[in-house]
Design a protein around this ligand. Structure first.
Ligand code: COA
Length: 259
């Protein structure tokens, strides 16, 4: 599919979505949100795709929602537009395969919120994160007030949201906002290495493991454990479970077929 504001490439079962509005530091407008949503749907349905990487390239991840689009918006415009971002981000968050964000440079506002819908975040050592919306007289409206506290705790999230301050990659690692920090020139290679590791696992087990974590986080512990048990039981109906355990007993690497 041809997109205007993103580039989607698939190589060896790993899809890469690259934000592509360099003139405005990959600012996210409605077109970007819609295209991200379309890409999420299309990559969900493509069985040849095992893992998805989201990146902004090697200079900037994204400097937030497009302020020029928002500046003269009415409350009614925004009520509709925010749903556009929520829809896209929920489609990405629920994509039934691992999603890795590879972050170089600024990940601000909606850009930072976009990293939060990934399963794993890898930052280049030049990355900077922040939710500067408060400085514009608004609040993070693409999931930031909900996903960030769930990821790093309410106290740390509120400090970022109330101050609008940026934090560097090492601080983002310290507070648990990213999984790993790597030298900027190794971001793409390190991300691909992890993507390949995920891709070598069974696709059905990955899908249910992701659903178990994501759905479980929306439930109380008891319901989450019940959900996990259903996913766990279901995997015993797969060929991959038979192969995984047989391979272990035969002391050889498993060859998963995603069945
Ligand atoms: N929306 C729209 N345009 C944006 C943008 C955004 N969120 N962020 C950057 N841009 C545009 C700038 O207007 C500029 O366009 P111009 O060349 O036509 O003037 C271009 O991208 C480059 O940005 P610039 O500000 O010149 O780069 P910088 O290196 O001096 O500063 C930032 C980088 C990220 C610190 C700065 O651009 C910034 O603060 N951006 C807004 C961040 C923000 O508040 N995000 C939350 C939005 S809700």
């Amino acid at each position: 599919m041809a997109y205007e504001t993103i580039i989607v490439e698939v190589e060896e079962g790993i899809a890469t979505i690259t934000l592509n509005r360099p003139a405005v530091l990959n600012a996210l407008n409605d077109k970007v949100f819609n295209e991200l949503g379309e890409a999420a749907l299309s990559l969900s349905a493509d069985n040849s795709v095992r893992v998805v990487i989201i990146t902004g390239g090697d200079k900037v991840f994204a400097a937030g929602a497009d302020i020029s689009q928002m500046a003269n918006s009415t409350a009614v415009d925004v009520a509709t537009r925010e749903k556009v971002s929520h829809r896209a981000f929920q489609l990405l968050e629920n994509l039934p395969k691992p999603v890795i964000a590879a972050i170089s440079g600024y990940a601000l506002g909606g850009g930072c919120e976009l990293t939060l819908v990934a399963d794993v975040r890898i930052a280049a050592d030049n990355a900077q994160f922040g939710l500067p919306e408060i400085k514009l007289g608004i609040l993070p409206g693409a999931g930031g007030t909900q996903r960030l506290p769930r990821l790093i705790g309410a106290g740390r999230a509120k400090e970022l949201i109330f101050s609008g301050d940026f934090i560097k990659a090492d601080e983002a690692l310290r507070v648990g906002l990213v999984n790993k920090v790597v030298p900027a020139d190794q971001l793409a290679a390190e991300t691909r290495k992890l993507a390949k590791r995920f891709a070598s696992r069974g696709a059905v087990a990955l899908r249910l493991a992701k659903a178990s974590v994501n759905e479980g986080l929306r439930m109380d512990l008891e319901a989450g454990l019940e959900y996990e048990h259903k996913c766990f039981s279901l995997l015993f109906a797969t060929e991959d479970q038979k192969e995984g355990m047989k391979a272990f007993l035969e002391k050889r690497p498993a060859q998963f077929q995603g069945k």
